[in-house]
Design a protein around this ligand. Structure first.
Ligand SMILES: Cc1cc2nc3c(=O)[nH]c(=O)nc-3n(C[C@H](O)[C@H](O)[C@H](O)COP(=O)(O)O)c2cc1C
Length: 286
């Protein structure tokens, strides 16, 4: 029985939903499938599988840093096949391009590429009162993912595969935002600027449970201390029930990007968006 490994990262639950549906499609074609979320630790060695599937959300118009690091650390994959699926709340930018090109450089053969909308709980947009793609993935997108899984097995077996074009690179303003949120700046600057309001913090420890890279530990009073392995996902701040965590997302530096992005996405007829208020760890649709 051919074996497939699906390695993905999911923080909000949409990427795992699509990953499971693709896995159903593969299993229906009698493939053995193993799923692994990068945040649960080191994935198994892909050289022990016939197909490697990579699933990633879009963070700042590219894959999150933990996905990029995983891909860069992969061994040669000559003789292996791969497929990629990308989740995005608005515009996926270069997420698919970066993953596909990295796997090609490792010598693997592409047999599938797909993209799907996923509810966008990015704090910068929630704070501006927008939740984009709130109901995604929809049932039809989940069903499409299962079909995608079956198709991948056909391409793996022998069906000729016509590689889809690479996605168009993002507009300059998005590239500028991506440049400002690069790995070096996040490690050296932004991750040092997350802070907790000691008067509001109840030392509940939720931040430690939620951080996808286990980057947050507790001080002697039980309050968060951030390390340098931050993805700038803002989950700690987004979910804090007492609004005790603060970050650079509200800085003036990012304000023009947040305004431009939310205006553009809210006027795009191909995207859904709903007005929301985000407070005390909850997003309330108005
Ligand atoms: C920190 C952060 C940055 C994001 N950046 C983008 C982006 O640049 N473009 C986009 O389309 N979606 C962006 N999103 C939305 C996610 O890609 C999307 O909601 C995805 O479905 C999340 O996957 P998950 O639910 O598996 O975590 C961002 C979300 C977060 C939390």
């Amino acid at each position: 029985m051919p074996k497939s490994l699906i390695v993905y990262f999911s923080q909000g639950g949409t990427t795992v939903h699509i990953a499971e549906s693709i896995a159903e499609g593969l299993r229906a074609a009698e493939y053995e499938v193993q799923l692994h979320n990068i945040k649960d630790g080191q994935p198994p060695d892909p050289r022990n599988y016939d197909i490697l599937g990579i699933g990633s959300p879009t963070y700042y118009f590219r894959p999150p840093f933990n996905v990029i690091e995983y891909l860069n650390g992969l061994p040669d994959l000559v003789g292996k096949s791969f497929f990629v699926f990308v989740l995005h709340g608005t515009y996926s930018g270069d997420t698919g391009n970066i993953i596909r090109r990295t796997l090609e450089r490792k010598g693997a053969r592409e047999i599938g590429y797909s993209r799907c909308l996923g509810a966008d709980y990015f704090l910068g947009y929630l704070k501006r009162g927008y939740l984009f793609s709130p109901h995604h993935p929809e049932a039809k997108e989940v069903a499409q993912a299962e079909i995608f899984g079956r198709e991948v097995t056909a391409y793996h077996a022998s069906k000729p595969y016509v590689k889809p074009e690479y996605d168009a690179s993002p507009a300059i303003i998005y590239r500028l935002e991506r440049f400002l949120i690069n790995r070096f700046m996040v490690r050296q600057m932004y991750s040092r600027l997350l802070w907790v309001n000691a008067e509001k913090c109840s030392a509940c420890g939720l931040y430690m449970k939620l951080c996808p890279t286990r980057n947050i530990s507790a001080d002697t009073e039980g309050r968060p201390i951030w390390g340098r392995n931050c993805l700038l996902c803002f989950t700690c701040e987004t979910k804090c029930p007492l609004n005790a965590i603060n970050s650079p997302i509200t800085w003036r530096l990012f304000w023009p990007f947040m305004v431009y992005n939310t205006l553009r996405a809210s006027r795009d007829p191909s995207l859904d968006g709903v007005p929301v208020v985000h407070h005390s760890g909850h997003t309330k649709v108005l």
